[in-house]
Ligand binder design. Structure first.
Ligand code: PLP
Length: 410
């Protein structure tokens, strides 16, 4: 187009309005007009109570308010506070750390971890492999850095389409020297799917086989943003056992977030953690991600790091936080159950669902379905292949009536 522009060519891209926040604003307008009770606002990916207020872990918020100025206002070390870096590994693995060399670097949320993985472990122009149902920022981050995404069909029946994954991965591994794969599990956004034990076995068997070609470098990033809402500690962390004793050219990274599990969304806490075959690879990871921290945001939010480190140092505090999160999990599970029971009853087909903040309804024309539902005061986010409903944000009662409403239009 012809209008004069000052930005560098690589930053020129179409301006696309954010569909999640856009639909959210429409929902708020409807709430103002018709009243909160009359509107189902299932747009935002944050946990809210039945009255539409964000919920926070009380102990986390109390501790934040009680922090001394020196912990609130000061910088953190570039890689993160040392006691945070051990606490965040504990919070991620919870006793399920496999046999590997690990290091962690603090990032502002899981988002920062994804950015570091894309920048440091792929080359300019490379394709990053992700599922076809995906969190939009994966694409944004890849493209911001001159990379592209390649997708595979995530589902087959009620499980993962491991064959499609293998097909796409082997093509990419053949075409590129290095391949970064990002899998968001457990409790995937937007579908709520969690990769099963048998699927993990197949995935890792395949990747270990591919890694026998010593000329190839395979990096698997597991985005565990919702891991604390995917059943018990045991059930949600068991899959880490598949990452032990890796060959040196197969590196596993995790993107850990304090946003959901510790309700510190806006505090921007998180980490990138590596599981590497050798100490040298783990130290290399730590060096490059620290360098990237310096280049992108210097250091993360000290207060968020301080809280997590304190929680993991004090068993009483730790138990309080765990108990508080259990209440939220029960709330979420009850809503998910209500939605799934009704979906079953009215014959509404949903993507394979296990746990988490979202349930996705595949449909032909998601924008049209979303628009039709808006007229009935149900607001859900249209994605490329379906509609994302967010039980995290609506009451159990509303989760129970939504499936029949959606069923009319899909
Ligand atoms: N990954 C997924 C799939 C998410 O949905 C989110 C948050 O919405 C994140 C990562 C990271 O969020 P944050 O940067 O707040 O930790």
């Amino acid at each position: 187009n012809s209008h004069f522009s000052m930005v560098a060519p690589h930053s020129k891209r179409p301006v696309v309005p954010d569909v999640i926040f856009g639909t959210g604003r429409e929902a708020q307008d409807a709430e103002a007009k018709y009243g909160f009770e009359k509107v189902i606002n299932s747009t935002l990916g944050v946990l809210m109570d039945d009255t539409g207020q964000l919920v926070f872990l009380p102990t986390v918020m109390e501790r934040l308010r009680d922090l001394p100025d020196s912990e609130l206002g000061a910088y953190a070390p570039i890689a993160g506070l040392p006691d945070y870096l051990s606490a965040v590994q504990e919070a991620c693995f919870r006793g399920h750390k496999p046999n590997a060399f690990t290091e962690a670097v603090a990032t502002p949320g899981g988002t920062g971890a994804i950015k570091h993985a894309v920048w440091n472990y792929t080359e300019m122009g490379d394709e990053v492999l992700i599922a076809d149902w995906y969190w939009a920022p994966y694409k944004t981050i890849a493209e911001e850095h001159g990379r592209r995404i390649r997708t595979f069909n995530y589902f087959k029946g009620d499980g993962m389409n491991v064959e499609a994954f293998k097909g796409a991965a082997s093509e990419l591994i053949a075409a590129q020297e290095r391949v970064l794969i990002i899998l968001n599990t457990p409790a995937h956004n937007p579908t709520g799917y969690s990769i099963s034990e048998g699927e993990w076995e197949e995935i890792m068997g395949f990747l270990r086989e591919q890694a026998k070609d010593a000329a190839k470098k395979i990096i698997l990033m597991v985005d565990v943003a919702y891991i604390d809402f995917a059943g018990s500690i045991e059930a949600s962390r068991d899959f880490f056992k598949h990452f032990g004793d890796l060959p040196q050219n197969l590196l596993v990274l995790t993107a850990f977030s304090l946003s959901k599990g510790y309700t510190m969304y806006g505090m921007r806490g998180g980490a990138i953690i590596c599981l590497a075959a050798t100490q040298a690879l783990a130290l290399e990871f730590k060096d490059v991600c620290s360098y990237s921290n310096r280049a992108a945001w210097s250091n993360g939010t000290r207060a968020a790091m301080r809280i997590l480190a304190d929680v993991y140092k004090d068993p009483v505090l730790f138990q309080k936080v765990e108990a508080e999160r259990e209440v939220f999990k029960d709330l979420l599970n009850a809503r998910n159950k209500a939605f799934m029971e009704e979906a079953e009853k009215v014959g509404l087909q949903v993507c394979p669902f296990r746990d988490g903040f979202f349930i996705t309804i595949p449909c032909k024309d998601p924008a049209a379905v979303s628009n039709a539902l808006k007229k009935e005061n149900l607001f859900a986010v249209p994605l490329q292949g379906g509609l994302r409903f967010a039980p995290c944000a609506v009451s159990e009662e509303k989760c129970r009536i939504a499936p029949a409403m959606i069923k009319k239009y899909v």
